[in-house]
Design a binder for this molecule. Structure first.
Ligand SMILES: NC(=O)C1=CN([C@@H]2O[C@H](COP(=O)(O)OP(=O)(O)OC[C@H]3O[C@@H](n4cnc5c(N)ncnc54)[C@H](OP(=O)(O)O)[C@@H]3O)[C@@H](O)[C@H]2O)C=CC1
Ligand SMILES: Nc1nc(=O)c2c([nH]1)NC[C@@H]1CN(c3ccc(C(=O)N[C@@H](CCC(=O)O)C(=O)O)cc3)C=[N+]21
Length: 304
C-alpha cells in the first residue's frame, strides 16, 4: 500500500480565507486583536515557530509582538513580562514558547497567564475546561491534527463519528501543549485512546503500542523515531514532530518524527514534514487570538 499524503499546505490555504475574513471583520468593528509570542533562550524549533507566526500574522493583518528574552532570564523577570502582557489592551493572545529553560517552572509560568489570553489552553483553568470537553481555546497543534484528520475522513467519504468510535488512537508524546491535548480531543471523539512516552521506548514496548493504532499521532521530537515496523498496515499516521537537522552541505532542514520513506509503504494516509501539521497550527493560533479579542471585547463591555 502506498499512503495518501495529507496536504497540510492546502488545508492551511483553505483555513486562511476563513481566518482572514474573521480578522477583517474584527478590524472593522474596531476591536483590538494582537498576538504576543515570548521566547526564552534560543531553542531552534521554537525560533522557527516564532518567526513563522510573525509572517503568518502579518499576512493576515494581525499585529504581532515577538519578544525574545535571554536564556538566563529569571522566573520573576519572566512573570513580570507576562503580567504586563496580561494587562496590555493591544494584546489579545499570549503564546509562551516551549521549551522554557529548566530553571523556570513551566507550571508557574502557565498559571501566570491571563486565562482569557491563553490561546494554547495551558493555564490550569483552560487545561481543565479542555479535559472536561468544553475548551475555551482548542490548543492549536492538537486542533490542527484533528482538522487534518476530519478533512481527510470527509474527503475519503468515511463517516467521521463512526470511524472515531471504532478506532484506536495512539499518541506518542504527552507534553502539556501537544500530546496531552491530542489525547483529550481523541477521547472526545470516543476513540480508544492510548498514551505512550519515552519510558515505552526504553522498555522496548513502543512498537507493541504503536502497532495497535488505527490512528497514530507522533509528537515526541525525535527525528525518524517511527519506522514502518512500528505501524499497522493501513493506519493513518500524523507526524507532529519538527526536528532541525543538518544535511551534508551544513544547511539546517526540518524533518518529522516519522521515517516518511518507509512508513509511506505501510500506512493508508500520512502527513509530511514540512507541509503537514505545521502550516495549519500557525493559522489555528491566529484564529484563537482573534476569538480571544472578541471575548475580551464582550467582557469589557459587560464591565462598563
Ligand atoms: N507541527 C507543529 O505544529 C508542532 C510541532 N511541534 C513539535 O512536536 C514535537 C514534540 O513537541 P513537544 O510536545 O513540545 O515536546 P516535549 O519534548 O515537551 O515532549 C515530548 C514528549 O515525547 C515523549 N518522548 C520523547 N522521546 C520519546 C521516545 N523515544 N519514545 C516515546 N516517547 C518519547 C516524551 O516522553 P516523557 O514524557 O517520558 O519525557 C514527552 O512526553 C517537537 O518536535 C516539536 O518541535 C510542537 C508543536 C507544534
Ligand atoms: N508553546 C509552544 N507551542 C508550540 O506550538 C511550539 C512551541 N511552543 N515550541 C516550538 C514548537 C515548534 N513548532 C512549530 C510549528 C510549526 C512549524 C511549521 O510551520 N513548520 C513548517 C515548515 C517550515 C519551514 O520549512 O521553514 C511545516 O511544518 O510545514 C514549525 C515549528 C511549534 N512549537
Amino acid at each position: 500500500m502506498t499512503a495518501q499524503v495529507i496536504d497540510g499546505r492546502k488545508a492551511a490555504e483553505r483555513l486562511s480565507h476563513e481566518v482572514a475574513a474573521e480578522a477583517a471583520s474584527l478590524r472593522e468593528a474596531g476591536l483590538h486583536v494582537g498576538l504576543a509570542t515570548v521566547l526564552v533562550g534560543d531553542d531552534l524549533a521554537a525560533g522557527v515557530y516564532q518567526r513563522r507566526l510573525g509572517t503568518v500574522a502579518g499576512r493576515l493583518g494581525v499585529p504581532v509582538r515577538q519578544i525574545k528574552l535571554p536564556g538566563e532570564t529569571s522566573e520573576s523577570a519572566l512573570m513580570e513580562r507576562i503580567r504586563a502582557l496580561n494587562e496590555d489592551p493591544d494584546v489579545s493572545g499570549i503564546l509562551l514558547l516551549r521549551p522554557l529553560p529548566a530553571r523556570i517552572s513551566q507550571a508557574r509560568a502557565f498559571a501566570g497567564l491571563a486565562p482569557e489570553k491563553d490561546i494554547e489552553s495551558v493555564h490550569p483553568e483552560n487545561a481543565g475546561l479542555l479535559v472536561l470537553g468544553v475548551p475555551r481555546f482548542v490548543p492549536s497543534t492538537a486542533a490542527s491534527v484533528f482538522y487534518l484528520l476530519d478533512h481527510w475522513l470527509e474527503e475519503t467519504g468515511v463517516d467521521r463519528a463512526e470511524f472515531y468510535r471504532r478506532s484506536s488512537i495512539t499518541v506518542v508524546g504527552r507534553s502539556d501543549n501537544v500530546g496531552r491535548p491530542c489525547l483529550a480531543l481523541a477521547a472526545h471523539r470516543n476513540a480508544a485512546v492510548q498514551s505512550v512516552d519515552e519510558w515505552a521506548s526504553r522498555a522496548g514496548t513502543l512498537g507493541w503500542h504503536t502497532r495497535r493504532a488505527d490512528v497514530l499521532v507522533v509528537a515526541a521530537g525525535r527525528a525518524g523515531l517511527i519506522r514502518a515496523e512500528h505501524v499497522n498496515d493501513g493506519a493513518v499516521v500524523i507526524d507532529v514532530g519538527i526536528n532541525p537537522v543538518r544535511d551534508e552541505s551544513g544547511r539546517t532542514t526540518l524533518v518529522g518524527d516519522v521515517d516518511f520513506g518507509s512508513v509511506v509503504n505501510r500506512a493508508r494516509a500520512l502527513t509530511p514534514v514540512p507541509g503537514g501539521v505545521g502550516p495549519v497550527t500557525d493559522l489555528w493560533l491566529i484564529r484563537n487570538t482573534i476569538h480571544a479579542a472578541r471575548e475580551l471585547a464582550v467582557q469589557r463591555r459587560e464591565a462598563q
